[in-house]
Design a protein around this ligand. Structure first.
Ligand code: PMP
Length: 393
């Protein structure tokens, strides 16, 4: 056995199949235009939906927090790492979300690892949409619960799984869905999911990473969008996308949050958000409480780009949000398309297996409030040129 040769061979195979991820280095802060590996390019692949990542108000929040609290929390939160500013963020976030309380952890990924294994045991059933995010899948893997996967957004398939879980004698049932599916941009039918879950006395959990700051009044998220505050038990969110910072949270009833503070392992065993991140996130929440203008700009930009790109003959799947998957199906075509875009001054990544199913490769275009109409026109012109060159349109 030659371990390092094996690793090299595996990566060569990925490259041959167009599946080797290219990791580029940014030389400027997030925004519409970036310097990437020495080249000026239009940024169409970040989750910086609202252009908050380099926003002055958020930077001020971070700097003030550093001035007051320093740079590190010093410990895990349950020992000596909970700062007043963490509590303040959780309180204001709960008000913003219309939830009783929230718990902030280090990332959206960690939020799923925090909540799912803490509340689900071996007598329980977890029912998960087949396209749920990797962090949900890994959170579920950390439990000994019985797993049921239902067809994407198919409430009848969910109902079948709920019946089966009941027949098999589940103690608790937890239904989990992404709010906005990050690779396709479609929205979960959370109202219908909540209704059928109620019928079977199941808990409902939504991971709203891509709906946070995007859906609902001033970006309050999917629960606000559907008006389901009394019908969703657990909302997982991220501070790393529209909120422009980094971090994750769980929103729910006071008793749930209190329980998670006793049981959630990323909370108990990993240090908390730094003061800078916490201060910046607090500024983001306050900003969105004040105005929904960046959210409106994001949606206007999404509509503008999608109408034009569709009229050119591109297939953008079933997106319902500004996330725009330009479907190319073959991983190699997607890779080639992305490479040509980059040469023409556009940074938009090709996404292939395992992030999306085999044969469903795409360029996922992430529209942002940072883009101007001129930026979007520039992108549309390049997509048209390359689409014709590669005979995709
Ligand atoms: N959940 C979903 C649905 C996501 O799309 C992501 C980010 N890709 C996460 C969780 C993880 O969020 P974070 O980057 O804050 O860890």
């Amino acid at each position: 056995m030659n371990f390092y040769e094996d690793l090299k061979n595996e990566m060569e195979e990925l490259e041959e199949n167009g599946l080797l991820v290219t990791i580029r280095t940014l030389e400027t802060a997030q925004g519409a235009w970036l310097n990437v590996d020495g080249k000026k390019v239009l940024n169409m692949c970040s989750n910086n939906y609202l252009d908050f990542a380099n926003n002055e108000k958020l930077k001020k929040g971070a700097i003030e927090a550093i001035e007051k609290w320093g740079v590190g929390p010093g410990a895990v939160r349950s020992i000596a790492g909970t700062l007043e500013i963490h509590n303040k963020l959780e309180k204001e976030l709960a008000e913003f979300k219309g939830a009783e309380d929230t718990l902030v952890v280090q990332s959206g990924f960690n939020a799923n690892q925090a909540v799912i294994p803490a509340i689900m045991g071996k007598e329980d059933a977890i029912l998960s949409d087949e396209l749920n995010h990797a962090s949900i899948i890994d959170g579920v893997r950390l439990t000994k619960s019985k797993k049921y996967v239902w067809k994407h957004k198919d409430v009848a398939s969910l109902e079948e799984a709920l019946k089966k879980a009941d027949e098999e004698g589940a103690r608790r049932k937890l239904v989990i869905t992404d709010g906005v599916f990050s690779m396709d941009g479609d929205i979960a039918p959370l109202d219908e999911i909540a209704k059928v879950s109620k019928k079977y006395n199941a808990l409902v959990m939504v991971d709203d990473a891509h709906g946070e700051g995007v859906l609902g009044k001033n970006g309050r998220g999917i629960v606000d969008h559907f008006g389901l505050h009394d019908d969703v038990d657990i909302e997982v969110g991220t501070l790393s996308k529209a909120f422009g910072v980094v971090g994750g949270f769980i929103a729910g009833k006071k008793v749930l949050i209190k329980y998670l503070k006793q049981k959630a392992r990323p909370f108990l065993f990993s240090s908390s958000l730094s003061p800078a991140e916490t201060g910046a996130a607090l500024a983001a929440v306050r900003y969105l409480k004040e105005t929904g203008d960046p959210v409106k700009k994001l949606w206007d930009n999404g509509k503008y780009f999608q109408e034009k790109i569709k009229s050119l003959g591109f297939d953008i799947g079933n997106t319902m949000t500004p996330i725009t998957p330009v479907m190319l199906y073959e991983a190699k075509t997607a890779k080639e398309f992305s490479k040509k875009l980059y040469e023409q001054g556009i940074f938009a990544s090709a996404i292939g297996f395992p992030t999306v199913p085999r044969g469903k490769a795409r360029i996922r275009v992430m529209i942002s409030a940072s883009h101007s109409k001129e930026d979007l026109d520039f992108a549309i012109e390049k997509f048209e040129k390359i689409g014709k060159e590669l005979k995709v349109i």
